[in-house]
Design a protein around this ligand. Structure first.
Ligand code: SF4
Length: 350
């Protein structure tokens, strides 16, 4: 049986088979068709729009690929106050958002109590809350869950252990995997993901990333191309390609039919209309930035980020128009993945 047919029918491939798909363009046409067909069948036409609130660019980590790394002295730092965060979430609700994604560098700018209040206040607006704030203790994760947080994004970035170690000084791969397991145990709708095109990353290691996502049965997977950033150790490295990131994302859709997959902003940075292309090849989520003013440009994970000069309301209108132009609908639900809904139903039934 052809590899793409096998992926489509069995939702399972070996490392060697994934490697074969990634190493040639021979399978591309069939892969992209299979990804779109899978998306149509399992998560339908709806696109979830989730408001991304980048509330602090302070980070204590030094990941080699990231512009927010602590050692980047060239970046003006900011942390919004709890009131400012809730105020922006309130505005986003008036634009029609049903989910707020609270994202920041990994820092200690907020006490656990203050951040729990932020979550409670946003949940009181009838909004779902996704957190993307890095590695925390189990107690801290639990406190945020009890305050009402619904989801957590923690990308593994790469499952290649030597590469992970080289890119993340003073961090531990095992600790990161443990955090993901704790998040799942606590009942978060849990997302992970990876960077594609990192220096020394191989097709085999990307294949292992995809199998890791399947084995851990995540609810959401974000795939982003690596884009070199100034003032980082990888500033002169060759970046990843849009085409390879799109292929990896399409493979994830075929192998994990019911999860949420964002069309990432990094894809739009590498290719005009990259998010729309992603939506046509497996993705079903877009996360427009809802931060305002200069903060939009200061959350500089990588250069060339799109829409930094726009307002949140303009972004919402612009992406909504593009989504409708490809005959897709804007979801009116709170954005849970089909995977998570099915998981909850099964838990209730048995
Ligand atoms: S990737 Fe995350 S943890 Fe690492 S430096 Fe950037 S913001 Fe900090």
């Amino acid at each position: 049986m052809d590899i793409i047919q096998k992926a489509f029918l069995r939702r399972a491939l070996s490392v060697e088979e994934i490697e074969a798909v990634l190493s040639t363009d021979r399978y591309d046409e069939a892969l992209f068709k299979a990804a779109d067909l899978t998306r149509q069948r399992y998560v339908k036409r709806d696109v979830h729009l989730k408001g991304l609130l980048e509330f602090s660019n302070v980070c204590l980590r030094t990941c080699h690929y990231c512009g927010l790394r602590r050692e980047n002295d060239g970046l003006k730092r900011y942390s919004l106050s709890p009131d400012e965060i809730v105020g922006l979430a309130k505005k986003a609700a008036t634009y029609g958002y049903r989910t707020i994604v609270l994202q920041s560098g990994e820092n200690r700018e907020y006490s656990v109590g203050d951040f729990c209040k932020v979550i409670e206040n946003i949940r009181a607006l009838n909004l779902s809350v996704t957190l993307s704030i890095g590695e925390k203790s189990e107690n801290e994760y639990r406190a945020y869950k009890e305050a009402g947080a619904n989801r957590y994004l923690l990308r593994i970035e790469t499952t290649d252990k030597p590469l992970y170690k080289a890119l993340h000084p003073s961090m531990s791969y095992e600790r990161r995997v443990k955090c993901l397991k704790i998040l799942k145990k606590l009942g978060y709708e849990t997302g992970s993901g990876s960077l594609v095109g990192l220096p020394h990353q191989t097709a085999a290691s990307i294949a292992e990333d995809i199998l890791f996502f399947q084995e851990n049965d995540f609810d959401m997977i974000g795939i982003g191309p690596f884009i070199p950033c100034e003032n980082t150790p990888l500033s002169a490295a060759q970046g990843g390609s849009f085409d390879m990131a799109l292929k990896v994302m399409a493979l994830v859709r075929v192998l994990m039919p019911t999860i949420n997959i964002p069309a990432t902003t990094a894809m739009e940075t590498l290719r005009p209309n990259g998010r729309i292309l992603a939506l046509q090849n497996g993705a079903n989520v877009v996360m427009p930035v809802i931060t305002e003013g200069e903060y939009r440009a200061l959350y500089r994970l990588y250069p060339g980020k799109v829409c930094v000069g726009d307002t949140p309301s303009h972004c919402r209108g612009c992406i909504s128009g593009k989504i409708r132009s490809i005959n897709r609908d804007i979801s009116v639900t709170n954005g849970d993945s089909e995977r998570f809904i099915i998981r909850k139903e099964i838990r209730r039934a048995v």
